[in-house]
Design a protein around this ligand. Sequence first.
Ligand code: NAP
Length: 509
Amino acid sequence: MKKTELNLTSTEFQPIFEKREVTTFKTYLAGKWVSGSDPEGLKVVSPIDLSVIAKVPKLSLQEVKDTIGVNFEKGRWDIRNMPGEKRLKVYHRVADLLEKTREDFVEVLMLNNGKIRAAANGEVDAAIERLIRADLDAKKIYGDFVPGDWSSESLETEAIVTREPLGLVLAIVPFNYPLFDTVNKIVYSTVIGNAVMVKPPSSTPLPLIMLARLFEIAGLPPASLSIITLPGSEMDEIVKDKRFQVISLTGSTETGEHVIKVGGIRQYLMELGGGDPVIVLKDATFPLTPQRIVTGITSYTGQRCDSVKLIFAEEEIYDKLKNDIIEEMRKVKVGDPREEGISAGPIIDQKTAEEWENAIQDAINKGGRLLVGGKRVGPTYIEPALIEVDKEKLKDLYLFNKEVFASVALLLKVKDANEALQLANSRRYGLDASIFGNDINRIRELIRKLEVGAVYVNDAPKHGIGYFPFGGRKDSGVGREGIGYTIEYVTAMKTIVYNYKGRNVWKYM
Ligand code: NAP
């Protein structure tokens, strides 16, 4: 196996790290690059071979609180007072800089996230496109005019209802799309004029720190952005701070629930756990259906909120679907993501690999039949698993009740789609669902009844850059991310009433 050593070459990043025994980064706090008061720092480990590839500052609570002060007192006004068209220019400049420094981001996403090259490039592409599409967010920032005509109380008055930035957003980012998700959260927060403090995931903080450098070069007001490298376990004091009027978190349901309890009343945007069900009707198209399902199970080794975790197939096509999925899954090549031909790299840590193993064993203990994969082939390497289970046992399984963030799916034979619908809806999660088939009337009925945030017809779930809005129901979250749609969650309405009574503007009969 190749040595996992970080080798950044773009001149843009030279000022923000030092080569010591391991590459040691600073972080960006309201315009200043700081090393943090703790000389030890936080280690960043590669899931490829568990070696330490970098260190980032371990900030103290006081350092973070002082930074909130600058973001709140100065940053939120600096960004709000910057004309919107100039903010758009900043995003376009960051997009150009991302293209210029692409190779460094690809390297970091491969080493730090364990992504294969195509997936790392895909994330950079998504980040660039999201920045450019901020032009479309801007078109959603408008208000209402409300005439007073329709109530005797409001005659001779009128109102306009505007949307204003809430001020300072706390954005908490998951490990799986550290570059894209940060771009997305920074764009929808700042496009309307909010400052933003970003909390990176402890396992993959490097793309966020590098991105802050690009925003600095591109001219985002320095006091309007911070990247706080603090472990999640130490975040309660920060989450409680009411200077954040919005908390936007993408992460597990458990983290989301905790943050809401600690944070109390305010605006939340919660993109939480999922793992999606698929319903396959008897008239589904082949080979499209098994191919898309297997992509849904194995893409980024199942470390996606929209990963396929449950497959319900009508009995008429069950055997064919099962055989074709097995055949497709056998094509997946697991290994070092830097090697040619590998389609599934490592998963993020050993703890998740253990949970994945235990969840598979739990399904087998309860009568499940492992059809393909299911072997751990290294501390962080797993063979994507497909397990056939009986519908009577489904609700007892760990994999039904809890999202496991690695490739594993349950396959079930159902009498008809209605039975699949009941089982899918009985899950605590409600992120997305897929339907494969051709009978438009049956598909339309399922769409109407599925308790999820998005339904994909003849495709696996895929949030992409949020060109279409996404977000969960039930334990999968609150609010929607999506170009234009998120504006609602990072702004407040303000009603302005104009009184013209007695001025003869309106002459009523
Ligand atoms: P996670 O463990 O919940 O962590 C997410 C973020 O929350 C990290 O930055 C983490 O920091 C932070 N955090 C943890 N405890 C916290 C606390 N008490 N207060 C404040 N912040 C805290 O999730 P993950 O493993 O990174 O990501 C996978 C999860 O994200 C899955 O459940 C997946 O479904 C979900 N996800 C959802 C969507 C969606 O669109 N719905 C998209 C992507 C991912 P540390 O790393 O320092 O602990």
